[in-house]
Design a protein around this ligand. Structure first.
Ligand code: SF4
Length: 252
């Protein structure tokens, strides 16, 4: 993997996603390299075309963020929307850890979304600020072997589940992002996991994008085109209702 370092001029951006006011992305690109990842639509061509193999470290982002926050109205910050803030580079770089502290010290609420157990490293900060943070795990399948194909470098779902349970047991608000939903992939056990961890379940369909021109991404896009999403969402919501799980469409 190629890693570049860059000094940035801006750290925080506005978010149009429901419930999120801002977004901070400590990295450009993501080493997890998920075949369906839409984040490549929001970065430069060289990174998008080599998705998963090139990551830019925004080395001065904590310092820039500290300055910017003086002039930003308080709100909810997503960490992150176009990268995984806890991808393995973070272990050494510690940008996310610093950003998390800065945001909380300045009175912002932080919503973390990740696929990585590395988030446990920051449990001290999370526990101390339990009222001001929530942690979400993306889980698209519970089959580790299949996850290895669609999310080649991401920690396995079985590892994510263990971490989700630990965080939930610490009294921190958790959620699961069942998205993109993979056509034909079973969701029942994911709903049961949401029930067990008292997590809100957000869902989204597999969205077909122009970059899905080959391999598994294309194969899944073809299945998604023919898939009866209306029926699938109905079944999902019905099962959530039976179990008493709070379920929401992620982008509506
Ligand atoms: S972990 Fe998230 S940001 Fe990273 S490649 Fe996968 S979907 Fe994209």
């Amino acid at each position: 993997m190629l890693v570049f370092r860059r000094k940035v001029k801006r750290a925080i951006g506005k978010s149009n996603l429901p419930g999120l006011d801002y977004t901070v992305n400590p990295y450009i690109g993501c080493a997890h390299g998920c075949v369906y990842c839409y984040a490549r639509l929001y970065c430069e061509k060289e990174i998008a075309e080599n998705w998963g193999n090139v990551v830019v470290v925004k080395e001065n982002i904590p310092e820039i963020l500290s300055k910017e926050l003086k002039n930003v109205k308080k709100g909810v910050v997503a960490l992150s929307t176009a990268t995984d803030a806890y991808q393995f580079l973070e272990e050494k770089e510690q940008l996310t850890r610093r950003i998390l502290s800065i945001l909380l010290e300045n009175g912002f609420r932080v919503s973390i979304q990740t696929k990585s157990p590395l988030v446990l490293r920051d449990m001290d900060i999370l526990v101390e600020n339990a009222e001001k943070v929530d942690v979400g795990f993306t889980i698209t399948t519970l089959r580790d072997d299949f996850a290895k194909k669609i999310e080649p470098n991401a920690p396995l779902p079985s590892e994510r589940i263990k971490v989700l349970k630990k965080i939930s047991m610490e009294g921190i608000e958790t959620w699961i992002f069942l998205g993109p939903m993979i056509p034909g992939e079973k969701f029942e056990e994911i709903v049961e996991l949401a029930k067990e961890t008292e997590s809100i379940l957000y869902y989204d369909k597999y969205r077909i994008k122009p970059f899905m021109r080959s391999g598994l991404a294309k194969e899944l896009a073809e299945k998604a085109r023919k898939f009866d999403w209306f029926e699938e969402f109905k079944k999902l919501k019905n099962y959530c209702e039976i179990l008493g799980v709070s379920v929401k469409s992620a982008f509506d």
